[in-house]
Design a protein around this ligand. Sequence first.
Ligand SMILES: Cc1cc2nc3c(=O)[nH]c(=O)nc-3n(C[C@H](O)[C@H](O)[C@H](O)COP(=O)(O)O)c2cc1C
Length: 437
Amino acid sequence: MTHQQHFGWFLARGFGPQGWGHPYLDWNWRWTEPALYQQSVRELEQAGFDMLIIEDAPSLGNASTIDLRIRQAFGGPKHDPLLLAPYLFAVTEHIGIAPTVNPAAYIPYTAARQFASLQHLSGHRLGLNVVTDTGSARHFGSSPPLGHDAAYDRAEEWLGGIRQLWRSWAPGALPGSEDRYADGSRLTTVQHRGEYFSFDGPLNAIPFLEGEPAIVSPGGSGRGLGFAGANSDVQLALAPLDTESVRAYRARIHAAAVEAGRNPEDITILFAIQPVLVGSADEADRLVAESANPDDAAVLHIADRQSSDLETDLTALDFDRPLDRTVFGDHVSEGSINRLLGGYDPETTPLRQLLAKQARLGRLTDGSGFVGTADEFADLIERLGDDAENDGVLLWGDLHPVTVHRLLDDLVPILRRRGILRTSFGGGGIHGNLGDF
Ligand SMILES: Cc1cc2nc3c(=O)[nH]c(=O)nc-3n(C[C@H](O)[C@H](O)[C@H](O)COP(=O)(O)O)c2cc1C
């Protein structure tokens, strides 16, 4: 039976040049100023979205790859999403806002206090997308970067410490009494001495009325899923969108939650997708057919984007020769290289073929891609809800009025008519949004 699902928007470029590389740049919004995001986030709230997640990476990468990141603005510049959040809270009432934060960048006491302040300022609508990127380590000190799993260990210690500080005001500490604002005897002296952090409490911020900031996590490795199971309210999932894959992914998160002693239902899992929605099935078929043989410009565009993601200049390579894996430094993840290889034999497949594959579009209706009508997309969402008991969907794009409208204009009424998308908010801040329908 069709049930309501949760909807999030992932601002995939972060607080960066929205519109760059697209004709909608000429709408002349300024990406550095709040109006662009305020206009867009109001539309998301009107559409019934639970939350907006703002991607971030604090670093431009290393000296030899900076240009790859910024020349098409795929990997920078990015301003700090935590500081954008208050401008978005100020023009909305219900939607949650989750900036991305990296434990390397904020010492726990400062983090606990800043996040607590924002949670109160926003009416309890703050989320925190906790990521463990270690490529930016050198900006925060001279210690060598942590390994993959150690970065998750540090993130757990960081979050645990922050939560200890948030909870350092015991119930009843506020209000004190008629002649006392608060009761100091009810505050716990936190003394944290851990592997990565040492600090004392209690926190100089008052306790929450409607829950702590919601923790969001995107890591998909075994360790990443373990982190989500133990700590997260929302998991962002990247997986093929067929019933079996969605079921399998959900089962892994649920198992991790049970292992951590939590109720699996307390984690909302949102599957990421960036559909290309068009007016008719004929138009969708035409777009897919047109992309079958990508021209040089399309292949070069993909090479540029991959160069940014992989921090390796693919555009300088001979596209007609097989890809030499040794061009990738140690800093490039195996997973990202394998995604580029897409199952092809690297010894014999020309780079052009790998890039062209990524430029080709596919249809929503046969699972080969994401081009389709709003009705076809709604079919997919409904199917995943019915057959895989999916919690919800994370739409992916710039936070720009054009992209928001392009995706949502037709989709929202269809989803509402089918009972999949909320028509109103019930209150209760971000946890209220994430609660059962
Ligand atoms: C939907 C989604 C959003 C993500 N957002 C960010 C982000 O904003 N910043 C970041 O550094 N990494 C981001 N990541 C990457 C993950 O944090 C993580 O680095 C990556 O998945 C590798 O971790 P893993 O080895 O646990 O999978 C995102 C991943 C996904 C799937």
